[in-house]
Write a protein that binds this ligand. Structure first.
Ligand code: PMV
Length: 353
């Protein structure tokens, strides 16, 4: 008897141009395009195994060993349904193919980092889920096509289908068929950029991205300005910076966009605060570090960015990492760099998964 099983893994990605706001909550269509870097080491990954078997009674999923409910019409169910739909197309074209789309699937996923650490586990999780199902079903689908499905699990997940530098183009079609991830450049194009992750707090975040976005879309006038007048130009400029490996521009845009995302959160009614005092102190440190460099005739040496939580991600060329870590350890003496990969700091190369 044949065993139909496949395993795939996907890494976390960290946005430089932030996705914040949905124009369609069911299809997960964003109010602006976004751009991220996919982290390329083994520390921050989700790995998922999917199995199809005629003896299975229903689709089931385990996350880190705990069974999760697959709610009807929910995001997990939507992703599974969409991948099965593509499998059915394969079976219709090739009648000799086993009818795997009619079997239930069992899916086991694990993160090799603490799910509660405030890092984007849903991005790697849904990307790995869709990739493993696509492998199980031997789908002839490109990463961009699969990103259309991962997007419906968690918006940012669509970007984890690629390594390196990745854009999520918002698209304009009401059915979402052009709201997908594309590769801007592979990791090998600019391998020198590293990400330093500073876990400021591993508390679960106060306002989920789903409810935060909804409230921002409903109440923030700054968001309207951002999506119309700021992000389109920034997307162009940061792509250009990546293509010519211009860290100065890449860093400026990344920091500006993090700042504006948090300004938009503050402009939400009631306001949302994702950063805390330690987050802000890390910003001050990086600003000062860059100021001293520029004053001495140098360039920007590091860029901070923050998602929907207090943890800092610092992008920097490899040559500056040691200096940045020693500065952080000096000003945050409680920091314990490299004690373990999930400790306070982890240096991550960025790039392909
Ligand atoms: O995909 P979600 O729903 O987890 O939202 C992610 C939102 C941010 O991380 C704040 C920004 C981004 O583009 O990843």
């Amino acid at each position: 008897m044949s065993v139909y099983q496949a395993t795939a893994s996907a890494p976390v990605n960290i946005a430089c141009i932030k996705y914040w706001g949905k124009r369609d909550t069911k299809l997960i269509l964003p109010t602006n395009s976004s751009l991220s870097v996919t982290l390329d080491q083994d520390h921050l990954r989700s790995t998922t195994t999917s199995r199809a078997d005629p003896s299975f009674e229903k689709d089931r999923l385990w996350l880190n060993g705990q069974e999760e409910e697959i709610k009807e019409g929910g995001r997990l169910a939507t992703c599974i349904k969409e991948v099965k739909r593509l499998r059915r197309e394969v079976e219709e074209k090739n009648p000799n193919e086993p009818k795997l789309s009619t079997y239930a699937v069992h899916i086991a996923s694990k993160n090799n980092f603490p799910t509660a650490a405030g890092l984007a586990s849903s991005a790697s999780g849904f990307a790995a889920l869709v990739s493993s199902l696509a492998a199980l079903y031997a789908l002839p689908a490109s990463p961009s096509q699969l990103s259309l499905i991962a997007r419906q699990g968690s918006g940012s997940a669509c970007r984890s289908l690629f390594g390196g530098y990745v854009a999520w183009e918002m698209g304009s079609s009401p059915d979402g068929s052009d709201s997908l991830a594309i590769e801007v450049a592979p990791q090998s194009h600019w391998p020198d950029i590293h990400a330093l992750i500073c876990v400021v707090s591993d508390d679960k975040k106060g306002t989920s991205s789903t409810s935060g976005m909804q409230r921002t879309v409903e109440t923030s006038t700054l968001l309207q300005h951002r999506i119309k007048h700021v992000v389109p130009e920034r997307m162009k400029a940061i792509k250009e910076a990546i293509l010519v490996r211009d860290f100065d521009s890449f860093a400026r845009i990344t920091m500006q966009d993090s700042n504006q995302f948090h300004a938009v959160a503050l402009d939400t009614d009631p306001p949302i605060f994702y950063m805390n005092d330690v987050s802000r102190s890390i910003i001050a440190l990086i600003v000062e570090y860059n100021r001293v460099s520029i004053e001495n005739g140098g360039k920007i040496k590091a860029a901070y960015t923050y998602d929907a939580g207090p943890n800092a991600v610092i992008y920097a060329p490899k040559e500056n990492l040691k200096e940045i870590i020693s500065l952080i350890v000096k000003y945050f003496p409680q920091a314990e760099p490299f004690k373990d990969p999930f400790g306070l700091f982890g240096a991550q190369g960025v790039g392909s998964g």
